[in-house]
Design a protein around this ligand. Sequence first.
Ligand code: MN
Length: 332
Amino acid sequence: MRVGQADVRTDSGRKRRHNEDSYVFQPPLFAIADGMGGARAGEVASALAAGALTESGADGGGERALARAIQEANRRVHERASTDAETEGMGTTMTVALVEGDSVSFGHVGDSRAYLLRDGRLEQLTDDHSLVAELVRRGELSPQAAEVHPQRSVITRALGTDPDVDVDTFSVEAKPGDLYLICSDGLSDMVPGEAIERILVANRSDLAAASRALVRAANQAGGDDNITAILFELVEGNSPQTAEPDEKTKEHAAVAEVAEEDTLHPEDAVAPPPPTAVDTMVVPAADIQAAIAERESQRPAHAGVGRRLLALLVIAALVVVIVVLVWQGLAR
Ligand code: MN
């Protein structure tokens, strides 16, 4: 199997002056890093991480090499954050894909995502390391409520906040015709999975058109955050061992692209935008109350008072633990 068409597109969105997303586009290696931190520290964090990955090239291949490369990227971001007061507390997500033979290896930290479109169906491959995803996994929040939760940009794992980082790795057995998407939350937060699926299916034969349509959909839904999307398809055959002519690495925010045309194409199939997400890693008490209230409203009325109280205490304790962890990470 080899990489056929591939495309990358990044956009500041409609609300941010800077683009703090970085990417690596060096087929068969692809990655997105979504930086966070005061001033422009997020840009520094994501660029450092992308640079570290580019240098290592995930030498040796496989999940272990990806995990090592991401850990090295973490070390560099953390070191800089610990020694440079201007970047204190910065961090970045990182989601990496490496095509090798008949398998695609992934390494992942944070809430950027990898998806696979196979046989016309979109599947999310990565688990978000976020507060709301954690609550969904524990059955404390419905996936629908998570999509519009005001705290959905709070992440529980990032590169740079600790000397060591726990990296998720996994591999997918590739099939010819597979289309992989890696994106930052500026896309996945604004455009629901079903709409992403429709856009990819409608533009399957032209990945440059597909990435344009994805970015346009995120902007039409509000463009609250920086948007980056990498698309690559796998086709039958062996990869040529020649240098890739179209490799690109963005370690700094790109020059703002010409604004996308604003017309709504029918194939974009854009759903109404969710409410604006709060861009903070700290969870205000009022929002915890709101989360609990939201959860209570979904609970069947006949649930016992004792059970409800216990569940309430469990969720409150969980939220407090996560807030403290996030706060410690930031305060360091
Ligand atoms: Mn983002």
